[in-house]
Design a protein around this ligand. Sequence first.
Ligand SMILES: NC(=O)c1ccc[n+]([C@@H]2O[C@H](COP(=O)([O-])OP(=O)(O)OC[C@H]3O[C@@H](n4cnc5c(N)ncnc54)[C@H](O)[C@@H]3O)[C@@H](O)[C@H]2O)c1
Ligand SMILES: O=c1ccn([C@@H]2O[C@H](COP(=O)(O)OP(=O)(O)O[C@H]3O[C@H](CO)[C@H](O)[C@H](O)[C@H]3O)[C@@H](O)[C@H]2O)c(=O)[nH]1
Length: 318
Amino acid sequence: MKLLVTGGAGFIGSVVTAQLLEAGHEVVVLDDLSTGHEDAVPEGATLVRGTMRERALDVLEGAGFDAVLHFAARSLVGESVQKPGLYWDRNLGESLALLDAMRQSGVARIVFSSTAATYGEPESTPILETDPTRPTNPYGASKLAIDTTLTEYARLFGFGAVSLRYFNVAGAYGRFGERHAVETHLIPNVLAVAAGTRDAVHVFGEDYPTSDGTCVRDYIHVVDLGVAHLLALEACAPGRHQIFNLGSGSGSSVREVVEVCREVTGHPIPVQAGPRRAGDPAVLVASSDKIRSELGWKPERDLRLMVSDAWTFLRSQA
Ligand SMILES: NC(=O)c1ccc[n+]([C@@H]2O[C@H](COP(=O)([O-])OP(=O)(O)OC[C@H]3O[C@@H](n4cnc5c(N)ncnc54)[C@H](O)[C@@H]3O)[C@@H](O)[C@H]2O)c1
Ligand SMILES: O=c1ccn([C@@H]2O[C@H](COP(=O)(O)OP(=O)(O)O[C@H]3O[C@H](CO)[C@H](O)[C@H](O)[C@H]3O)[C@@H](O)[C@H]2O)c(=O)[nH]1
């Protein structure tokens, strides 16, 4: 297939682009490099630099694309609370420009990076796709609005759309990994302590109603996530918008993640307990039964492999 990957210079988009190329697809990456890196675009993919408003139509029109994988977004929860307008503009506004460029060009198949943040504080775990969506921040709200738009574009214009609601993505794939200028994610921040670029891990809250008092999250290896995208691409069906959670189905606490990082790196990794981070639910774990039964996907890489692949990647950057 000929594919457009938005955000293919970022963490997840670069990994999935590499996997798509290995599977024999032709890939054009559209990325404005706002949080991505030009040298993260895998060899064999063509980079078009710009936003979706600026470039999506001229890239797609008359070029024979079969589908779009849409990763490009702003995705810092804290920033979204400070600057909600930015998130509605960059996430919903930019996505509308992409979808309308797709309509005009006759490209009707899309796989979209949605998020666990669309659910907000869950009433029960594991979270099902049919559970209420009550996002607690503008990031999650803007992603939910894109999901809603995809439902409408499937119904009104015959789009075949799949939204994958990622839980906590981690790990790396060879030379493709997480290198954000502002890093908020737990695993890269813990590994930065082992690498000597941070002094200690700050644990955000030890008084949650969990086994060790720290928050529990559902971590998924970025390579398993990429495999799900390949399946989702095949599953796009005209007139349907399908939504799948993407997690491992089991949770790990912050303390457990730090312990695995200690084992993998051999570094003592000092920890400083601090206050809760605003807006963090105690437990976020996905039910991934739907994608397992409908697309035949299952995660194959555990937390230890996520940490060791991220650690190998981090050391290769030094
Ligand atoms: N990392 C996670 O754990 C996680 C969890 C849930 C959902 N997601 C979603 O997955 C997607 C990828 O996340 P990531 O961690 O790889 O982020 P990232 O910041 O590493 O990558 C995003 C890429 O999109 C580009 N971009 C942003 N806005 C753009 C625009 N308007 N036009 C063109 N390019 C633009 C950036 O330059 C960057 O290369 C995002 O949509 C994010 O919301 C990530
Ligand atoms: O230095 C840190 C960083 C994180 N944490 C804790 O570690 C857990 C994981 O935090 P991350 O920031 O790695 O991930 P989140 O669960 O906050 O965010 C993830 O889930 C969100 C949905 O709620 C969004 O989808 C987001 O993009 C995705 O990365 C949280 O309990 C957080 O409080 C720490 O204790 N110390």
